[in-house]
Design a protein around this ligand. Structure first.
Ligand code: PLP
Length: 423
């Protein structure tokens, strides 16, 4: 068989260039991570060839004896990792996990109550162009204007007024922890299901560094590629009681054949997430985010119009608030890109600028922690970011800052042994 380089030089070159980009820059998009080589090996395996509609031991195709082993390992490890009675590892993505969970519990037209996208929620929690906003009647709760914490009084009030069938707790851009027990109390008051979407903080939960939603929620969904550090994909966790409903909602409800190569990679990631090194890495993830928040709250940054949403962080990300800054979110993203730091601009709560511009950047530490960054490294990154975000930092200083970023990247080589995509 011909190699990728011989078969398709254009794709080969683009993948090689992406490897070099990841190696030479600092990845600080909060939803990203650097998957271990073992995870990528599993994902790039012959399992991609296999059809396996159904579940382990109950397939609609022959020849599933080995993928059954793989999928059962993934299920058992995931259940053990989070102490869940039931796990489904087949959703192709976080969005599909959410679609499956909602279609299992809801009828079209039912009301859902989730965090407003503009205040840190996810598209699948009721955005009008998403399936969730089209199929369901959407009510949205918000964060408070003073401390940027989810307004639980509003959640309770909306729950009683709108009588949702499903309440969604979870977020894509929120720097604090949610009170799952209070969400469940509210859900019980109005007879709603509680779904927690822990896509962002699943790795912290696995490491025991964030409260677990599993004891409180009827269903927990997640991605596997964010703090959890696995392949791109989704999962559903629930009580045994709901197992049948969710199994049939994922397949045949939402999907056909499962991606067994991705499920193998999930199994590897769940194994790693149970090891002490994973907890240590999540501790550095949290420490890095705190160092960054503290640095951006220092007097020189504050004087430059920089603030931090909610005044800090309890998780793996910092939401920088540029509402008082001359720089908008897009300019901040571009300037950080120019020095080799990749982030995404993000609306902050009560953002006066339009979403395409926005007044914030979301900065996360999981990928750098995976790369081995320690407190000193995070302190250096935070200094560089603080300088880049000061509007008074002239463009001609950016080259010097780029050199500091390169030194950090060199100190922690990423995928040093990865030769597959080199000629
Ligand atoms: N749920 C939350 C909270 C997310 O942040 C995301 C991704 O950003 C998703 C679900 C969707 O995951 P995916 O991109 O795999 O569909």
């Amino acid at each position: 068989d011909r190699s990728l380089a011989d078969t398709d030089p254009e794709v080969f070159e683009a993948i090689s260039a992406e490897l070099v980009r990841q190696q030479t820059t600092l990845e600080m998009i909060a939803s990203e991570n650097s998957a271990p080589v073992a995870v990528m090996q599993a994902q790039g395996s012959v399992l991609t060839n296999k059809y396996a509609e159904g579940y382990p031991g109950r397939r609609y195709y022959g020849g599933c004896e080995h993928v059954d082993v793989v999928e059962q390992l993934a299920i058992d490890r995931l259940r053990a990792l989070f102490g869940a009675e039931y796990a489904n590892v087949q959703p192709h993505s976080g969005a599909q996990a959410n679609a499956a969970a909602m279609s299992a519990l809801l009828q079209p037209g039912d009301t859902i109550l989730g965090l407003d996208l503009a205040h840190g929620g996810h598209l699948t929690h009721g955005m009008r162009l998403n399936f969730s906003g089209k199929l369901y009647d959407v009510a949205a709760y918000h964060v408070r204007p003073d401390d940027h914490r989810v307004d639980m009084a509003e959640v309770r009030q909306l729950a009683h007024e709108r009588r949702p069938r499903l309440i969604i707790a979870g977020w894509s851009a929120y720097p604090r922890q949610l009170d799952f027990a209070e969400f469940r109390r509210i859900a019980d008051e109005v007879g709603a299901f509680l779904m927690v979407d822990m896509a962002h903080f699943a790795g912290l939960v696995a490491a025991g560094l964030h409260p677990s939603p599993v004891p409180h929620a009827h269903v927990v969904t997640s991605t596997t590629h964010k703090t959890l550090g696995g392949p791109r994909g989704g999962v559903v966790l629930a009580t045994a009681e709901l197992a049948k409903k969710f199994n049939s909602s994922v397949f045949p409800g939402q999907q056909g054949g499962p991606l067994e190569h991705v499920i193998a990679a999930k199994a590897v990631a769940f194994k790693l997430a149970g090891e002490p090194a994973f907890r240590e890495r999540q501790e550095r993830t949290l420490a890095g985010a705190r160092i960054l928040a503290d640095r951006l709250l220092a007097p020189d940054s504050r004087a430059a119009g920089i603030d931090v949403v909610s005044g800090g962080t309890d998780v793996h990300l910092v939401l920088v608030d540029l509402r008082q800054s001359e720089l908008d979110g897009r300019q901040a993203e571009d300037r950080l890109h120019a020095v080799g730091i990749t982030v995404n601009r993000n609306a902050v709560p009560f953002d006066p600028r339009p979403p395409m511009v926005s007044s914030g950047v979301r900065i996360g530490t999981p990928a750098l922690a995976a790369r081995g960054f320690d407190r000193d490294d995070f302190t250096e990154v935070a200094d560089v970011i603080a300088e880049v975000l000061r509007p008074s930092t002239a463009d001609d200083r950016l080259a010097g800052l780029r050199a500091r970023v390169s030194r950090l990247a060199d100190r922690h080589p990423l995928y040093p042994d990865l030769t597959e995509v080199r000629r």
